[in-house]
Design a protein around this ligand. Structure first.
Ligand SMILES: [Zn+2]
Length: 73
């Protein structure tokens, strides 16, 4: 997938890409699945990761909407 394809997938909230890559939002420091129902960020705030571990290592927090089930206690 190219950067442009990932942006487009996030903008149409395509849930079929859940787990294939992650959308990190620079302005809020939140990481989402591509199909998240929260407000779609502007392109300049989008950063894409393949590994959730890498996103978290960069200081992003899990989205409370689309990653609720991944919150531990
Ligand atoms: Zn989300």
């Amino acid at each position: 997938m190219t950067q442009e394809e990932k942006i487009e997938i996030c903008q149409r909230r395509d849930k079929s890409y859940t787990g294939k890559f992650y959308l990190a939002v620079k302005s809020t420091k939140i990481v989402c699945n591509p199909g998240c129902s929260s407000k779609v960020p502007s392109e300049k705030n989008m950063v894409f990761y393949d590994m959730l571990e890498e996103v978290l290592a960069d200081g992003y927090r899990l989205c409370k909407i689309c990653m609720k089930e991944m919150w531990r206690q």
